[in-house]
Design a protein. Structure first.
Length: 85
Protein backbone atom coordinates (compact mmCIF):
# COMPACT_ATOMS: atom_id res chain seq x y z
CA UNK A 1 0.00 0.00 0.00
CA UNK A 2 1.52 3.37 -0.96
CA UNK A 3 1.89 5.67 2.07
CA UNK A 4 -0.33 8.23 0.34
CA UNK A 5 -3.18 5.73 0.69
CA UNK A 6 -3.28 6.29 4.46
CA UNK A 7 -4.38 9.88 3.87
CA UNK A 8 -7.67 8.60 2.50
CA UNK A 9 -8.59 6.62 5.61
CA UNK A 10 -11.21 7.69 8.12
CA UNK A 11 -9.13 7.03 11.26
CA UNK A 12 -8.32 10.56 12.36
CA UNK A 13 -5.70 9.40 14.88
CA UNK A 14 -3.55 8.14 11.99
CA UNK A 15 -3.91 11.48 10.26
CA UNK A 16 -2.73 13.30 13.38
CA UNK A 17 0.40 11.13 13.55
CA UNK A 18 1.12 11.80 9.88
CA UNK A 19 0.52 15.53 10.30
CA UNK A 20 2.77 15.75 13.36
CA UNK A 21 5.60 14.13 11.39
CA UNK A 22 5.31 15.89 8.03
CA UNK A 23 8.47 17.91 8.60
CA UNK A 24 10.40 14.66 9.18
CA UNK A 25 9.37 13.16 5.83
CA UNK A 26 11.30 13.27 2.61
CA UNK A 27 8.42 14.37 0.40
CA UNK A 28 10.26 13.88 -2.89
CA UNK A 29 9.18 10.20 -3.21
CA UNK A 30 5.60 11.27 -2.46
CA UNK A 31 5.84 13.95 -5.12
CA UNK A 32 7.07 11.41 -7.65
CA UNK A 33 4.37 8.92 -6.70
CA UNK A 34 1.65 11.56 -7.00
CA UNK A 35 3.03 12.76 -10.34
CA UNK A 36 2.88 9.21 -11.69
CA UNK A 37 -0.51 8.42 -10.12
CA UNK A 38 -2.52 11.61 -10.44
CA UNK A 39 -5.89 9.88 -10.75
CA UNK A 40 -5.20 7.91 -7.58
CA UNK A 41 -4.21 11.09 -5.73
CA UNK A 42 -7.46 12.72 -6.84
CA UNK A 43 -9.30 9.71 -5.42
CA UNK A 44 -7.45 10.15 -2.10
CA UNK A 45 -8.46 13.82 -2.03
CA UNK A 46 -12.07 12.83 -2.66
CA UNK A 47 -11.91 10.32 0.19
CA UNK A 48 -10.52 12.95 2.57
CA UNK A 49 -13.39 15.25 1.64
CA UNK A 50 -15.93 12.46 1.96
CA UNK A 51 -14.76 11.34 5.40
CA UNK A 52 -14.65 14.94 6.61
CA UNK A 53 -18.19 15.46 5.35
CA UNK A 54 -19.52 12.22 6.84
CA UNK A 55 -17.71 11.99 10.19
CA UNK A 56 -15.87 15.17 11.09
CA UNK A 57 -17.76 18.10 9.61
CA UNK A 58 -19.45 18.93 12.90
CA UNK A 59 -16.15 19.06 14.80
CA UNK A 60 -14.31 20.92 12.03
CA UNK A 61 -16.82 23.28 10.47
CA UNK A 62 -14.08 24.94 8.41
CA UNK A 63 -12.44 22.36 6.14
CA UNK A 64 -9.05 23.98 6.52
CA UNK A 65 -9.08 23.02 10.21
CA UNK A 66 -9.51 19.30 9.50
CA UNK A 67 -6.20 17.44 9.70
CA UNK A 68 -6.74 15.57 6.42
CA UNK A 69 -7.02 18.81 4.49
CA UNK A 70 -4.02 20.23 6.37
CA UNK A 71 -1.92 17.30 5.17
CA UNK A 72 -3.12 17.65 1.58
CA UNK A 73 -2.40 21.38 1.65
CA UNK A 74 1.11 20.71 2.96
CA UNK A 75 1.84 18.13 0.27
CA UNK A 76 0.30 20.22 -2.52
CA UNK A 77 2.31 23.26 -1.40
CA UNK A 78 5.50 21.21 -1.43
CA UNK A 79 4.77 19.97 -4.93
CA UNK A 80 3.98 23.48 -6.14
CA UNK A 81 7.06 24.99 -4.49
CA UNK A 82 9.40 22.35 -5.94
CA UNK A 83 7.79 22.08 -9.37
CA UNK A 84 10.44 22.36 -12.07
CA UNK A 85 7.98 23.20 -14.83
Amino acid sequence: MPPVTLLGEYVIEMLFVIYENLNNLDLEPYKNFIFNNQEFYCLIKQRVASYWNCYYRWNYKDKKDYVGFKILTFIDSYIKDTDDG
